[in-house]
Design a protein around this ligand. Structure first.
Ligand code: ZN
Length: 594
């Protein structure tokens, strides 16, 4: 087998026949099966008892297991090569089938919610014990649901209303071009290309790229402000209509968390901004600068080794890191390579970034990434394989309906896996520079997903507060709020280009309807995993079954209960502080390499 074959995934394992005609036929059959499901149950759920609800869940699980293969196959094939004609065709068929499937089962939560209003005892019925938490989540949503007709109206109007803003934002950003001088030559680059220079080793180029981009984006602040204002105001209107007491309530429900927990989390971050500022000052020292510019925050250290790893070296290191944690998990990770479930080949038309898709029926997963052999690629691979560890454990213990992992828990296996790899790399004999590069990789990761994202939460809250007070949000006003949030986080640890006040124009999430406060689950995940890692360091092997049990639980329990099982109380600042303490520990190790 050639190197490139070893690095390409084999999707045929998910389907009975590896043939496009067969896949298409299955997708058509899926739509028919979903329609039959609807015709059988729609309008009848209100009279269901525990046994009928149980059977309903079972048939949903069966439906999912039966058609998961062809769905995954057509979805994944396209991400690996978006120029392939067969892949394009199948992906189009998949999208149509998927939309029809969603419409066909849309009645379910509404009718189950109505049933639970009439008969809340069902939730504690022993027949339904397996689905208890699933029902609790529906029950929590029910008071905020509108009538079926109103819901349909909202969906219909939003498509060309509030949902159109994020499309405009995306199209607008993608169609901007920027002029920049590179090696003495003027180049006109689209947004997607110029941002590639943000992490370039040449400091001056990084700085110019930031300046040119944000100067350009700021020119259209009237458009961005108009879009942002509309999306945020629409959310406040929906809060009134749906009786969500605060702008954050919707996110608590969809993330399966509570206010108490998130307040404790955010308070802890606020109390510990100094730890991050200290790291940024140390990073400046490592880079040989007086102070970091905003264009240096995510930059690589200038003397970090440009060592390249082969696919086999990467496999050996990562399998080793997981095996040190637990041999069973190590075997599963090795199986991911052995059965060719990872697509690492760099090819034209491949989707950028990386992801891991669960294959429930096969009790496994598939991973896509573009592997160039740099250290960052190793961390990405370890991250995605952490999702695979989650999938191996969860699919063995749960049916599909209990494996719908919410954002706060979804990154648990993956971030933990990154730390296992970091530990492995740090333990290997390495130069001071190598150790420094490994530590900077994880510290920058935490800085971005933990601290920088917290700044966005503060910013988002400030905007709602201002709107609720009747303030008009034009571009300059929004920028002032962003500067206020940024100042609170970074203090004097970073020098900012004046153009960076337009940072908020670029972030797509702010413009997405029904995606308010997308941000804090990232903070949650970072601190949660760092706190767990600390516990692992304290307890050693005793901790291993605890993490495995947590990942095996899928979505059958809330994040709060899952944490309680391993002795954590996520509603306290004391718990979240453990995550920061682990971050501080890594900062200390980094300082020792200077
Ligand atoms: Zn991830």
């Amino acid at each position: 087998m050639t190197e490139s074959e070893k690095m390409s995934w084999d999707l045929s394992q998910m389907v009975a026949f590896d043939d496009p005609g067969y896949i298409e036929e299955r997708l058509t059959a899926l739509v028919k099966a979903a329609e039959e499901f609807r015709n059988k149950h729609r309008g009848k759920i209100q009279s269901f008892g525990a046994k009928e609800v149980f059977d309903l869940y079972e048939s949903l699980n069966e439906l999912e297991l039966q058609y998961e293969g062809p769905i995954n196959y057509s979805r994944l094939m396209y991400t690996a090569d978006m120029n392939d004609e067969i892949a394009k065709h199948l992906y189009d068929k998949f999208r149509t089938a998927y939309a029809l499937l969603q419409q066909a089962v849309a009645f379910l939560d509404l009718e189950l919610g109505a049933l639970l209003v009439m008969n809340s005892e069902l939730i504690t019925d022993p027949i339904l014990s397996e689905y208890k938490h699933s029902l609790e989540k529906i029950q929590r949503q029910t008071p905020h649901m509108l009538t079926e007709l109103e819901e349909q109206l909202v969906i219909g109007k939003d498509k060309n209303g509030v949902r159109a803003w994020s499309m405009l934002q995306g199209d607008w950003l993608a169609s901007r071009t920027f002029e920049i001088e590179i090696d003495g030559e003027m180049k006109t680059l689209p947004y997607g290309e110029i941002i590639g220079f943000y992490e370039h080793p040449d400091r001056d180029l990084r700085k110019r790229a930031h300046k040119i981009v944000y100067e350009g984006l700021g020119k259209d602040h009237i458009v961005w402000a108009s879009a942002l204002r509309s999306v945020f105001e629409d959310h406040l209107l929906m809060c009134k209509m749906r009786k969500w007491p605060t702008p954050m309530t919707q996110s608590f429900i969809s993330n399966d968390v509570d206010e108490e927990t998130i307040v404790a989390l955010l308070n802890t971050m606020e109390k510990n901004v100094g730890v991050y500022q200290n790291y940024l000052k140390l990073k400046a020292k490592a880079m040989g600068f007086e102070k970091l510019g905003n264009w240096d925050i995510d930059a690589p250290l200038p003397n970090s080794p440009d060592k390249k790893y082969s696919w086999e070296e990467s496999r050996e290191l990562i399998v080793g890191a997981y095996t040190d944690f637990d041999p069973e998990v190590g075997n599963w990770i090795d199986e991911m390579y052995e059965r060719r479930h990872i697509d690492g080949v760099v090819r034209n038309g491949k989707r950028s970034g990386a992801f891991c898709a669960t294959w429930h029926a096969g009790q496994s997963a598939y991973i896509l990434q573009s592997f160039n052999g740099i250290m960052g690629d190793l961390f990405t691979q370890a991250h995605e394989l952490g999702h695979a560890m989650h999938a191996y454990l969860g699919t063995r213990a749960q049916k599909p309906n209990n494996y719908e992992i919410g954002s706060c828990i979804a990154e648990t296996g993956s971030i933990f896996g990154e730390l296992l790899l970091a530990e492995k790399l740090l333990r290997k004999e390495g130069t001071k520079e190598e150790k420094q590069a490994v530590l900077a990789a994880i510290l920058d990761g935490f800085g971005g997903a933990g601290y920088q994202v917290t700044t966005r939460v503060w910013f988002e809250s400030m905007l709602y507060e201002a709107l609720e007070k009747g303030k008009f949000l034009d571009g300059e006003t929004i920028s002032n709020f962003w500067l206020k949030a940024r100042e609170k986080m970074y203090g004097d640890s970073v020098e900012w280009l004046p153009e960076m006040k337009w940072w908020w124009t670029m972030k797509l999430h702010f413009y997405m309807a029904n995606y308010r406060y997308y941000n804090y689950p990232y903070v949650y995940a970072q601190l949660f995993v760092y706190a767990m890692y600390r516990l692992y360091k304290e307890q050693g092997k005793e901790f291993v079954p605890k993490l495995k049990a947590l990942l095996s639980a899928g979505s059958s329990r809330s994040p709060r209960d899952l944490a309680a099982d391993i002795g954590f109380d996520v509603t306290t600042e004391e718990f979240w502080q453990k995550g920061i303490d682990q971050f501080s520990e890594f900062v200390k190790m980094f300082e020792e390499t200077l």
